[in-house]
Design a protein around this ligand. Structure first.
Ligand code: ATP
Ligand code: MG
Length: 472
């Protein structure tokens, strides 16, 4: 074997051929196409090259001075059963070629080798190899998705949630996950699916708040070819895609009133029509819905159909905000520290007692997601081996558990900008809204009507907001 391979990230092609002139010809042809090549003259050299270079494709003569192509083929398959091997045979020895293919060779080339034919075959072999790799990655991902996600925390309130989750998982009941933003609703929805007998089926998620009203119906129920301008061909909706699995309707509180009757029917009868279609489809789907809005309040405000609300809340599960289970904060922080250090290829970090104290004192309006973002930033910022309070940047943030927010909201530096634009904006707006409401309530001496007047909003809107912010 000669190790003249050019440095390249791609694995090389291994040529096994005892005749120097032919080997050189093959090498030039392949290198001209940008491939990296490793050469071997006989079976022992080929076996060593297999281990040393992990080739992507093997191109081997059947007759060699030491050993033979069949031996190379077996060694290659031994090394990696997915490794494509192309054998070269002398003109007239087609039987050998057939025998090699029976033993697992991908294809054969008759000598004298036609370079164009060789290239075609090599490209095909590389393509097959890529497919096999992708397939493996997908399978891994699938296995991971099927496995229940890791839920951290051992607060009694969270344990109760977990118990309810297990109980619901065994049934086909519709489950409603309620909780503030970032409490883990999606995580629990995935866990529910993974724990259920449907875990072999798909988990299909749709965020009802993220899709414009006009598109939501086609996303949910699909459409027929020609249903509207641009509907070039039939497209299945999420209900269909989730057949025999779980459909996760995220932010169900934002479902427009116009669509609510259709969803109700789909939930009750598991039947629907595609947009522009007449055939009624029947699916076997378990629905898990999630909301960070108080649906009851939305019903009271006539923004939500009562019948749909009842249908959705057959099995409600309330995920408590992080501030109500402060004991879980250090545990979650350490879990995220480990995770990010692994992701960032950093040595494991420790948490200083002062930092832990700060984490526990903070109110986490953005819940677990905010904590996760905070730890991620700290893990990046920490140069040493320990996370200290200065890495957490919490003293600039708003409310702490010990000392609730007062009027020194002040400069921009105090605003938590972690997370995505949407997250940061929503969190900040909610925070402003809550403070404004609290201020109005104080000013009005607790009188709801007066507070609503001060804020110049309707009484109903005001009480809905009180519930939303859990200020009742
Ligand atoms: N108990 C937990 N253990 C581990 N990770 C958690 C836990 N709770 C939440 N997380 C993580 O926190 C992040 C936010 O969770 P998730 O997206 O499920 O929240 P959500 O309630 O759906 O939020 P939103 O209402 O904003 O959509 C995710 O990365 C999730 O993996
Ligand atoms: Mg979510």
């Amino acid at each position: 074997m000669s190790g003249r391979a050019r440095p390249s990230a791609d694995p090389p092609i291994l040529i096994v051929e005892d005749r120097d002139s032919l080997r050189a010809m093959l090498r030039h042809a392949l290198e001209a196409q940008g491939h990296t090549v490793v050469e071997a003259r006989d079976q022992p050299e080929a076996e060593a090259a297999l281990v040393a270079t992990n080739p992507a494709v093997v191109l081997s003569d059947l007759r060699l001075t030491e050993g033979d192509g069949f031996g190379v083929l077996r060694a290659a398959k031994d090394h990696d059963p997915q490794l494509p091997v192309i054998v070269m045979t002398a003109f007239g020895s087609i039987q050998d070629a057939v025998a090699a293919m029976k033993e697992g060779a991908l294809d054969f080339l008759a000598k004298p080798v036609d370079p164009d034919h060789l290239m075609l075959m090599v490209e095909r072999a590389l393509g097959q190899r890529r497919l096999a790799t992708e397939n493996m990655i997908l399978k891994d991902e699938l296995a991971q998705r099927r496995g229940a996600p890791h839920i951290v925390g051992d607060d009694a309130k969270l344990k109760q949630v977990s118990q309810s989750l297990h109980r619901a998982a065994a049934t086909d009941t519709t489950v409603l996950l309620e909780g503030e933003s970032g409490t883990g609703k999606e995580l629990f929805a995935r866990a529910l699916h993974a724990l259920s007998p449907r875990n072999d089926g798909p988990f299909v998620a749709i965020n009802c708040a993220a899709i414009p009203e006009t598109l939501l119906e086609t996303e949910l129920f699909g459409y027929e070819k020609g249903a509207f301008t641009g509907a070039g061909q039939r497209k299945p909706g999420k209900f269909e895609l989730a057949h025999r699995g779980t459909l996760f309707l995220d932010e169900i509180g934002d479902l427009p009133l116009s669509l609510q009757p259709k969803i109700l029917r789909a939930l009750e009868e598991k039947r629907f029509e595609r947009v522009g279609g007449t055939a009624t489809l029947q699916v076997d789907v378990r629905v898990v819905a999630a909301t960070n809005r108080n649906l009851k309040a939305a019903v009271a405000a006539r923004q939500y159909r009562e019948d749909l609300f009842f249908r959705l809340s057959v099995f409600p599960i309330l995920i408590p905000p992080l501030r109500d289970r402060p004991g879980d904060i250090p545990m979650l922080a350490r879990y995220f520290m480990e995770k990010f250090c692994r992701d960032l290829n950093k040595k494991p970090l420790a948490l200083s007692p002062a930092a832990e104290e700060e984490l526990c004192a903070y109110a986490w309006p953005g819940n677990v997601r905010e904590l996760q973002n905070c730890i991620e930033r700290a893990a990046i910022l920490t140069e040493g081996e320990t996370i200290h309070p200065r890495h957490l940047n919490l003293s600039f943030r708003g409310p702490t558990l010990a000392a609730p927010a007062d009027e020194d909201g002040g400069p921009w530096s105090r605003i938590d900008l972690s997370g995505t634009l949407a997250e940061a904006s929503r969190r900040t707006l909610l925070e402003v809204e809550r403070r404004k409401i609290e201020q109005a309530l104080t000013e009005a001496g607790g009188n709801h009507g007066r507070a609503a007047e001060i804020l110049q909003i309707g009484y109903k809107t005001f009480t809905a907001k009180l519930r939303e912010h859990r200020l009742e």
